[in-house]
Design a protein around this ligand. Structure first.
Ligand code: TMP
Length: 213
């Protein structure tokens, strides 16, 4: 049996990391197939190294197309080394971010254009798409105030420190992507409590893939 590939998306401060931390063990308890938790950029050593380069706040001179290509390169390696083997061995993969992040952040946030970013990503993924995407929606004011809470300036990465208008463009792009891909993307209001957001995520996964519970 082929596995199931699920991605979680959202603007900075949507709470993906906290959701995944609690959703992982809940899924593990209930699933009848193995679970793989992973993230982008990263998930495997080569891609984690690329992540450090992309997110290093000291890399102020990075060109936006270089940034888009590095995300796509990290994605390619992660896909062939971890995601595809997990799909082929019948696992459920829950991946923190995938191509939609590049469309929203590089395509809209950096204004490269979603079509250009989609085309370099098609080269990287060769048609491998998520079966389901959980999009945690949060407005940029709420998202930005969350990421700044309890973190010192040196804990913020190169994208966290972008301007509020950058983050607004990212959020609007996500809403457009969600609107245009309703068969794949479930939108969840991430201003709700963590428990509620986790419950929605779990319910969406169970509804789409009842055969693995
Ligand atoms: P994270 O904070 O969810 O771990 O993601 C790291 C940052 O990288 C976040 O600000 C979003 C950004 N990002 C992109 O700009 N493009 C991408 O393709 C991915 C995967 C992440």
């Amino acid at each position: 049996m082929n596995g199931i590939f699920i991605t979680i998306e959202g603007p900075d401060g949507a709470g993906k990391t906290s959701v995944i931390k609690e959703l992982g063990p809940l899924l593990e308890r209930e699933l009848r197939i193995p679970l793989v938790l992973t993230r982008e950029p990263g998930g495997i050593p080569i891609a984690e190294k690329i992540r450090q380069i992309i997110l290093d706040p000291k890399n102020t001179e990075m060109d936006e197309r270089t940034e888009a290509l590095l995300y796509a390169a990290a994605r390619r390696q992660h896909l062939v080394q971890k995601i595809i083997p997990a799909i082929e061995s019948g696992k459920l993969i829950l991946c923190d971010r995938f191509v939609d992040s590049s469309l929203a952040y590089q395509g809209a946030g950096r204004k490269i254009g979603m079509d250009a970013v989609a085309s370099i990503n098609q080269f990287a993924i060769e048609g491998v798409e998520p079966n389901l995407t959980l999009y945690l929606d949060v407005d940029s004011d709420t998202g930005l105030s969350r990421i700044k809470q309890g973190r010192s300036a040196q804990d913020l990465d190169r994208l966290d420190t972008e301007s509020p208008v950058f983050h607004q463009r990212v959020r609007h792009a996500y809403l457009k992507i969600a609107e245009e891909n309703q068969e794949r993307i479930v939108m969840i209001d991430a201003r709700e409590s963590l428990e509620t957001v986790i419950a929605y995520c779990l319910a969406a996964i169970k509804e789409h893939f009842p055969q693995v519970f």
